[in-house]
Design a protein around this ligand. Sequence first.
Ligand code: RIB
Length: 321
Amino acid sequence: MKPKIVVTGSYNVGLVMKTGKLPVWGETGLAEGFSEGPGGKGSNQAVAVARLGGRSCFVGCVGRDRYGDQALEMLTAERVDIAAVKRTELAKTGAGFVILNRSGDNCILVDPGANRCMTPDDIDAIASVYEGAAFALFQLEMDKATVLHAMKTAAAKGARVILNPAPALPDIEALLRHATIVTPNESELKTISGIDASVSIEPQYIVELAQALLDHGPDAVVVTRGEDGATIVRRHEVIHIRPPKVEPVDTTGAGDSFSAALAVALGEGQTLEEAARFACFVGAYTVTGREVIPALPTREQVEAFIQAKAGEYQNGEGRQR
Ligand code: RIB
């Protein structure tokens, strides 16, 4: 049976510029390419869930504008249930400016727009969507109060909660209390731990920060580490998962596909270690394609990719304790 996964979060149209050099304040730069497409961490995760074989429901808010129309068309075409999506006249559909460098790394500036119009009352109105969900997946592109209320609502309906704390905010202890699993990347882990994200720290310290988060409530922290894979941190266990080697083209959405894949695999009954390994493959696959939605793999594509990379994983090489 397909696990039901409810993703509560943002939709943003993505406006992407590729460049070898960021302009400084006051300067105009010439980019090396432009594209426009669907994005937003919530919507990306909802589409990833559907492509990987989960029963995907999206809870979010878009404007009554052209981008909002495009969002609903795309989600419907991707077999995401949009019955719990709100539309508003009060703000425009969220937008993300994505700057991509020649190595495929990005920096992103988001104006949440309509995403901020989703309120705790709106969550109460659609609360039944969380019934029967194996997992409820959250990020932080909506108001914190709405995310907190939705997490509590989902948990009360019996869903296990995954918090992908992106974009990272300090002071999220109240959210951590209601999360079963938290999936920060290294910079997000620093920010949610109250440390300046630009400060570089030893890998050992990353584990210590994740262990400290466990004191606030989650059963596990799964730190996504890009080309270094992922690290599962539980009370008495730390497991490093090595990812397959790929040539990255565009890293945008890799964290989204990782969290979505983790939810689907856990919802199917895989162990956390198996699910994190599957999610590493899905994340690695995602960075090999341009733009987010076109790069998200179907289940068949990721299974074929896992087969193709099987040699790298012989003799337990993909795991270190
Ligand atoms: O995680 C990638 C996403 O973050 C982009 O699609 C952008 O819209 C921002 O929300």
